[in-house]
Ligand binder design. Structure first.
Ligand SMILES: Nc1ncnc2c1ncn2[C@@H]1O[C@H](COP(=O)(O)OP(=O)(O)OP(=O)(O)O)[C@@H](O)[C@H]1O
Ligand SMILES: [Mg+2]
Length: 322
């Protein structure tokens, strides 16, 4: 298998395909790349893809998540240290930049780096040399930098939480990965991919309703959340995945989402006035509450937080069949 095939980057979304086209052009150039995107959109997948595609692809990619590290550890992890440079330093240790020599260093959550680390990072990137903590020797390093952030770094620059000079240095090429809710056409492909990965031997399928529910959901956790939902569903299913195989709150949320999307469509297309959309929504919610309560109006009123008389008025007004 070629190195490139070992990284799955599944998409058919035009914006994503455009990003991949741009990557194909810059992968070999050693330019610093900043990847911005919400949690779970695939920032690390992209970093791996760029590295594998580049002429450094057979050399190491070294990843370090800056959000999880306390400042002191961040410094020693990134730049290394000499024996005796601090308590417990009973031997010297290489830093991530050295380990990534001839390869790529992936600085995840770079927005979480404190200003003193930023100053040191800038020095390394400008000079292509690191110095161990407690050391005096300059060690040459040859690494390609890919960084990732969940937030707009330029906003941090504005409030002086991020150095502008470092921002320019890491941001030679910027890739923005769209959230999953803005590329719904990727959902069926990803579902297929995860079903194959998690239940290869079962040959699972997915019902149309269940797939539609996945398409309607907003995916705050993006591809990672989708992967988890599919992984879980595939554990408990032997043939066809149904909505009932998804987490309860997911199915409920998805119902509400469907209604809201439908209302939005009616209003945005000019088909209905706002008053008509609101009445249509009210009618739908009441009808569903009555169905859920198996026709028991007192129970439906209670669940809706309405007086029974108000519910009866609305049933009459909207001509709801019981
Ligand atoms: N396009 C894709 N094709 C296949 N798998 C993907 C894709 N995008 C994301 N994934 C999968 O989704 C999960 C999350 O991806 P990844 O770790 O790259 O996200 P992230 O943006 O780095 O998230 P975080 O900000 O939380 O670190 C991983 O299991 C990854 O393999
Ligand atoms: Mg990540």
């Amino acid at each position: 298998m070629s190195a490139l095939q070992s990284v799955s980057l599944i998409t058919q979304n035009p914006k994503m395909l455009n990003l991949i086209e741009r990557i194909n052009k810059v992968a070999d150039s050693d330019s610093s790349i900043l990847i911005i995107g919400e949690t779970g959109v695939g920032k690390e997948v992209f970093a791996d893809y760029i590295h594998r595609l580049s002429n450094r692809g057979q050399n190491p990619i070294v990843k370090i998540g800056l959000a999880a590290l306390p400042t002191e550890l961040m410094e020693s992890e990134l730049f290394g240290f000499e024996k005796g440079s601090f308590t417990n330093a009973d031997r010297s240790k290489k830093g991530m930049f050295e380990l990534a020599d001839t390869g790529t260093i992936f600085l995840d959550d770079i927005d979480d780096s404190p200003l003193n680390i930023q100053a040191k990072l800038l020095r390394v990137l400008e000079s292509n040399e690191v110095r161990h903590i407690g050391g005096t020797k300059a060690i040459p390093v040859n690494t390609r930098l890919i960084s990732a952030s969940k937030v707009e770094i330029k906003d941090l620059v504005e409030v002086k939480l991020f150095r502008q000079d470092l921002y320019y240095r890491i941001n030679t090429v910027q890739l923005r990965i769209p959230p999953l809710r803005d590329r719904k056409e990727d959902i069926p492909l990803l579902v297929k991919h995860f079903l194959k990965r998690f239940a290869r031997e079962k040959e699972l399928d997915i019902s149309n309703d269940a797939l539609q529910a996945l398409m309607d959901y907003k995916w705050p956790g993006n591809v990672r959340e989708l992967r988890n939902v599919i992984q879980r569903a595939s554990l408990f299913t032997e043939d066809v995945i149904k909505i009932s195989d998804f987490p309860d709150d997911f199915a409920k949320f998805s119902d509400n989402e469907k209604i809201i999307n439908a209302c939005h469509k009616c209003f945005a297309s000019g088909e209905m006035s706002m008053k008509e959309v609101v009445e249509c929504l009210e009618k739908k919610i009441i009808t569903e509450a009555i169905t859920d309560a198996k026709g028991n109006q007192s129970e439906a009123a209670r669940n809706l937080g309405l007086k029974l008389s108000t519910l009866r008025d609305k049933i009459k007004k909207f001509d709801i069949e019981i």
